[in-house]
Design a protein around this ligand. Structure first.
Ligand code: NAD
Length: 392
């Protein structure tokens, strides 16, 4: 009898789970349903570019309907409300419920606000296509407003957090703002663009030469760094910092951290700091009929530290899960998750970047690093296209 595989999330982990499971299982063997909040599979590694209009929405929001067409994979655009593990039933916002034989949770992560007063209400985030579009429209409006009123808060932009998300975004803003200012009749020298980082340096854990490169490259383009200074509060017009100083601004983008998806924490699955604890086959240790991909899971690396929640890990997890769904249904040997790290690639605006490539940890800076980032995106897109043509 046909089994039902229910996949929550159509991001990297969810999409790759679905496509890989379909590669091994015929529609007679398994019905596959993907539930996703938005109609698109979002290339979130490129959102910083969409946030400044350096890329079109079509390039980062790929219609799931099109990606899954002809694959015998059902698609439901809806929001997951509750996951009932005992009754093996998922309830969606529309009221629709799905039962499953195997569940894949691939719902990504959420922004962590660490209880900082006013921050959630008064900041933008960069986690979706809608977020990126909101930032782009808002920044443009602020510059237009500044041209009219000369209110300094409109020409002041604060990015909270100097991790990869914050640094990639501030790099794009630094490259975009001079042109926008010219267009709107504003002197770019009137603009203040801040990165505020609580830790002793930006990009903590990166090689010192990359941190140095990122900071100097961005400073040359006008970014001001406030390092070792936590944001402690935000209001509509003011950011408060740990040393008692303040920044008057009408724009805060918060990139200060991510946490596990709250649906995962609430469903009764075993979690470690909000992310599901999984076995080496990526099955929940408390509920083996549940597989967890991407940022919803925590996977320990060989040194006993969790792997970072990245896109490259999420899609490899999806592939392992897709295969293990087949293996468990068919009684074939399962596969242990064995990720391959192609490295870390980060852009510092349009023409600069930093990269650590492969097992040899080869370091690249400048245009070669930017081009590698571009190439990795193309590689992902051609990989998923390859899977489409391979499916059973
Ligand atoms: P992060 O947790 O890596 O960085 C957040 C930063 O915000 C940290 O440096 C932290 O010290 C700082 N911060 C926290 N509280 C603060 C406060 N109160 N005031 C000021 N600063 C504060 O988050 P991220 O950058 O969103 O990255 C999340 C994950 O996604 C990471 O694993 C990252 O490697 C990955 N990622 C990868 C890429 C890439 O590979 N190009 C791009 C983006 C994100």
């Amino acid at each position: 009898m046909s089994k039902h595989i229910l996949i929550l999330g159509g991001g990297y982990g969810g999409l790759l789970s679905a496509l890989t499971a379909r590669k091994y299982l015929t529609p007679e063997e398994a019905t596959i349903t993907v539930v996703n909040k938005t109609p698109s599979h979002q290339i979130i590694t490129e959102l910083h570019r969409l946030a400044v209009g350096n890329l079109t929405e079509q390039a980062v929001a790929l219609p799931l309907e099109k990606l899954l067409r002809g694959k015998d994979i059902n698609l439901r655009i809806d929001t997951v409300e509750t996951i009932g593990l005992d009754e093996k039933r998922v309830v969606l916002k529309s009221g629709i419920t799905y039962n499953y034989d195997a569940l894949v949770i691939a719902l990504g992560s959420e922004t962590a606000y660490f209880g900082i007063p006013g921050l959630q209400e008064n900041s933008f985030t960069l986690k979706s296509v809608d977020d990126a579009n909101r930032i782009r429209a808002h920044v443009e409006e602020r510059i237009e407003e500044y041209a009219r009123t000369k209110n300094k808060a409109d020409a002041t932009f604060v990015v909270g957090g100097g991790g990869l998300t914050g640094i990639e975004l501030v790099g794009e803003l630094a490259d975009m703002l001079p042109g926008l200012c010219r267009k709107k009749g504003v002197d770019f020298n009137d603009v203040s663009l801040y990165t505020v980082e609580a830790a002793p340096s930006i990009l903590m854990g990166f090689p010192a030469e990359h941190i140095e490169r990122a900071q100097t490259s961005l400073e040359k383009r006008g970014v001001k760094f406030l390092i070792g200074l936590a944001i402690t509060e935000a209001t509509e017009t003011t950011v408060f910092l740990k040393d008692g100083s303040t920044i008057e601004t009408n724009t805060v983008v918060w990139t200060g951290g991510v946490q596990g998806n709250s649906l995962v924490g609430a469903c009764g699955i075993e979690v470690n700091r909000g992310r599901a604890t999984v076995s080496e086959t990526l099955q929940s240790v408390s509920h083996p009929d549940v597989y967890v991909a991407g940022d919803s899971a925590v996977v320990m690396g060989p040194e006993g530290r969790p792997f970072p929640p990245t896109a490259q890990l999420a899609w490899q997890m999806g592939e392992t899960i897709g295969y293990n769904l087949f293996a468990n249904f068919k009684g074939a040997p399962t596969e242990a998750f064995n990720p391959v790290f192609s490295g870390t690639l980060a852009s510092l605006g349009r023409k600069d970047g930093i990269a650590t490539i492969g097992a040899s940890q080869t370091r690249l800076k400048g245009l070669p690093a930017s081009l590698m980032k571009e190439a990795s995106n193309v590689r992902y897109l051609s990989h998923i296209n390859g899977l489409f043509s391979l499916a059973y």
